[in-house]
Design a binder for this molecule. Structure first.
Ligand code: FES
Length: 77
């Protein structure tokens, strides 16, 4: 199987995000800039990408998928 067949995707997925399309890096954050808890999008559908805006819920309902954000939380002091 080709790489695209194995991952179930034949087209580019990094084309609808307003970023530098020549780089796979979407955004860089310093840990000190982040809020105490941040949810980062893993479905590529968020209008606030790279942060989750809840769009994955509609996707999951429509497709039966179960994708969701990765949540990064600073340790409590
Ligand atoms: Fe993409 Fe929530 S909007 S994971």
């Amino acid at each position: 199987l080709s790489t695209s067949s194995r991952i179930g995707c034949a087209a580019r997925i990094n084309k609808n995000i307003s970023t530098n399309e020549s780089s796979p890096i979407v955004s860089k954050f310093s840990v000190s800039e982040l809020a105490d808890k941040v949810a980062f999008c893993r479905c590529w559908l968020s209008s606030k990408f790279p942060k989750c805006d809840g769009s994955h819920v509609k996707h999951n309902t429509a497709t039966g998928d179960n994708v969701g954000p990765v949540v990064v939380e600073k340790p409590k002091k």
